[in-house]
Design a protein around this ligand. Sequence first.
Ligand code: PMP
Length: 292
Amino acid sequence: DGVIWLDGEMVPWREAKTHVLTHTLHYGLGCFEGVRAYNAENGTSIFRLKEHTDRLFNSAHILNMKMPFTKDEINEAQRAAVRENNLEEAYLRPMVFLGSEGMGLRAENLKVHVMVAAWSWPSYMSPEAKELGIKVRTSSYTRHHVNITMCKAKANGNYINSMLALNEAISGGAEEALLLDNEGYVAEGSGENIFIVRNGELHTPELTSCLAGITRATIIDFAKDLGLVVKERRITRDEVYIAEEAFFTGTAAEVLPIRELDGRQIGEGKRGPITEKLQQMYFDAVKGKLAQ
Ligand code: PMP
């Protein structure tokens, strides 16, 4: 039940369909966002809406897809999707995809469609995971060339590696995967950025092989507010093993402690004090208790 915003109109959930010859379904050229609305102090609020919409437009631009709507229209579509589905907390999924007017890589004049769906998806990870941390495995899948040179796009096709990596991690008894880049440096999780604490400083991979996460940017700001030294640099796999603390960040995962990588305990093997502090600041911010 409910409604989905599709190409400028609200349509009933069951009728928001696309043809089997949808170009993006075949070749994967498309982009999307993952956004969250929280039940905040002054009513429901979409966290970092502007940043997500900006990134969606950047993704479309990188992929050479011409957005048929303005940013204001897409912002309003997201607000309407939450409102018209009567959601207090929601996960929002805007997506830009190519229509079914032609097949083949040379197809021209394909229509650019935009949709925004919203649904209730309160907890991505178990509440215990947020406190105790998760087990992670380094993946045999790496961020490949397109992923890396185009990693500022949240592109549909970039998620093939993420899904294979996550499946591999879960079937190997872990809860999340850590992907390395082409050269073997730490890149990110399947849908999260990674941070480590070393000598009391916060380190995270520079934006050369990972998505420019909006949660990542928020956490960097908070850490600076706390007076922590923040370094964006190349990180090796063994530095994660010997880190004092490690955690993932993402719209879905929020701030998620990592307690183990490849069977090596990280720090005390539980959520560390810096992770806990930043996690608390994040939860306060999404609930509107901190200036945003
Ligand atoms: N990396 C990848 C590959 C992702 O899919 C996501 C989720 N969008 C992130 C990092 C985290 O980004 P954000 O904090 O903007 O959700």
